[in-house]
Design a binder for this molecule. Sequence first.
Ligand code: CTP
Length: 408
Amino acid sequence: MSAKRILLVIGGGIAAYKSLELIRELGRRGIGARVILTKAGTEFVTPLSVAALSGEKVYTELFSLTDETEMGHIELSRSADLLVVCPATADLMAKAVHGHANDLASTALLATDKPVLMVPAMNVRMWQHAATQRNIAQLRADGVTVMEPDVGPMACGEFGPGRLPDVPRIVAEIEAMLRPRSKRLAGRHALVTAGPTREPLDPVRYISNHSSGKQGYAIAAALAAEGARVTLVSGPVSLRAPEGVDLVKVETARDMLKACEDALPADIFVSVAAVADWRPVKAADKKLKLKGEGKSPAIELTENPDILRTLSHKKKKRPALVIGFAAETHDLEHHAQEKLARKGCDWIVANDVSGDVMGGLENEIALITKDGIDRWPRMAKEEVSARLAQKVSEALGRDRDGLSLAKE
Ligand code: CTP
């Protein structure tokens, strides 16, 4: 593996001196650090000490003609494998949220195409302020990793969360983010359902729901990124098939079940689709005339097959890991636990759909397994998917000998 390098932005806070220790620790592990020191940062550490430790030129100004001829600020922002902001001050995070580009650090954050890690450190009140918390939620939604600060006595005399995490914790996070994405699901087949189903009433009307398919498509993409061969069975949505995923488009719940059964065997089944529970008993082949009879028309409904339950209970081709979703508007965990048992799946991803989750870009979920409940903070649907795919890889990797591969 070639040597890794980070671009480290040192913000202006009392914890800035710890970034020197961070540079040294990273150096010991063969991770190079090129440094941008903000103007406020220079009040706490000197460019000279940073240069001595990093063994590299330190960048401080946006409009330095010599710097621009040696390495333009755009190139600088992309010259490393990872961009780390440490300490990430309230001000730097606010700038990143709003896309400011009025100094070298904020410009690099805006121009980079690399993953970004923020390591916050600030006074406890500043950390707890609604504005900071809002900014952190937004950064996470934008795909930035924001570490939780440590809790303890602070330089300003107060006590609480806001201390820079211990350097070994920061190093561990950086190493984890630098690790190449594994292909731990290579050789595995994952089946994912996504989107709504449409249950026709007549040629122009149907019963359906607001599912956009975004979460299911993102999960299919994340499983493919982990090396799995992915079949995505999708109801009608306006999304493009993720790279490297086999897309099977369907309309009704019954079509979806058939497409899933046809796709078996699979090692993993993730049932993300918002399947309509009911369908009209009869789909008229001509447009129904619903007006003019003086009473509201009665539509007789019948229950749709439960795809998740059917695949969970397969005797022969049951996927080794079956994951369901529980979309709830209230009593989330209680209903999700009940669904886990009723559907016979191995894990349930419980998500609160009372807000703007359906169609929105973010999701807040709790992962319920036999080992207990893991509550995740609100994050982008892509981030939820990457984490879930990682959990799947870990579970299948751990049980590699126990869980037999699906036979092609
Ligand atoms: N599901 C399915 N087939 C159905 C209904 C649901 O495969 N006919 C799956 C969904 O893909 C999801 C899980 O079952 O993984 C739970 O779906 P949800 O709509 O939350 O639950 P329901 O079973 O519909 O129960 P309820 O509507 O009472 O909450």
